[in-house]
Ligand binder design. Structure first.
Ligand SMILES: O=C(O)c1ccccc1N[C@@H]1O[C@H](COP(=O)(O)O)[C@@H](O)[C@H]1O
Length: 216
């Protein structure tokens, strides 16, 4: 069984980036979305990006950003992955894909089986689907879990990952029930919105790795 991919998202300080890397994440996420408590400017994201070794992938998260600022952000930050967490259309995603070597993840708000099935529209434009819970004040980062039973025996059309309300206490069950190859946590490893808690990051990574080792 392949190693579990672990992403911690919404990192905004050097200390939390270093802690996530030390804890064994495979991906670090930078949120560029001004309405988010985890928002980082392009300049700050570019500074944080250079701290990350090649062995760890940098994910830039945007929400319905226009093509021109998206291109500028990609140029400045040079992420490995672009996570689109809004209502981006397949045609628009295809354009980004044609014009870059980026890996593209499309977040999908899952509330029922129909919303999960609809994610197939991204089959030819995204490299990975990231299932998140529907609802909440923001398009993501709300700490809400989706109904994991929907993912059991689901025929995935693309590589995928599980997000939404994951934390050190529930990530083992999440991996066990869904078989997720990638887990992504943000608010579940914080002491308050936008403030990452290093002990929670460590505990999350340990619990996730232990769950995968048990399943192997
Ligand atoms: O983190 C945010 O503030 C955010 C804002 C807008 C879109 C997505 C956002 N975060 C992503 O949402 C999922 C789930 O987060 P949580 O673990 O439930 O807090 C995750 O991919 C975050 O990166």
């Amino acid at each position: 069984m392949a190693d579990l991919l672990i992403k911690i998202c919404g990192l905004s300080t050097e200390e939390s980036i270093d802690a996530a890397i030390e804890a064994g994440v495979t991906h670090v996420g930078l949120v560029h979305f001004p309405k988010s408590p985890r928002h980082v400017s392009i300049d700050d994201a570019a500074k944080l990006r250079v701290r990350v070794p090649k062995s760890v992938k940098v994910v830039l998260l945007t929400v319905d950003m226009e093509p021109k600022p998206t291109a500028e952000a990609l140029q400045e930050i040079q992420p490995d992955v672009l996570q689109l967490h809004g209502k981006e259309k397949p045609e628009w995603i295809s354009l980004i894909r044609q014009n870059s070597d980026l890996e593209i993840w499309k977040a999908v708000a899952v509330k029922d089986r129909a919303s999960l099935e609809r994610a197939a529209i991204y089959k030819d434009c995204a490299h990975r689907l990231l299932y998140d819970a529907a609802g909440g004040a923001l398009p993501g980062g709300n700490g809400l879990t989706l109904d994991w039973r929907l993912l059991m025996n689901h025929r995935h059309v693309l590589p995928w990952g599980l997000a939404g309300g994951l934390n050190a206490q529930n990530v083992a069950d999440a991996v066990r029930y869904t078989g997720a190859p990638l887990v992504d946590a943000s608010s579940g490893v914080e002491s308050e919105p936008g403030v990452k808690d290093i002990a929670k990051i460590k505990a999350f990574c340990e619990a996730a790795k232990a769950a995968r080792a048990q399943a192997a």
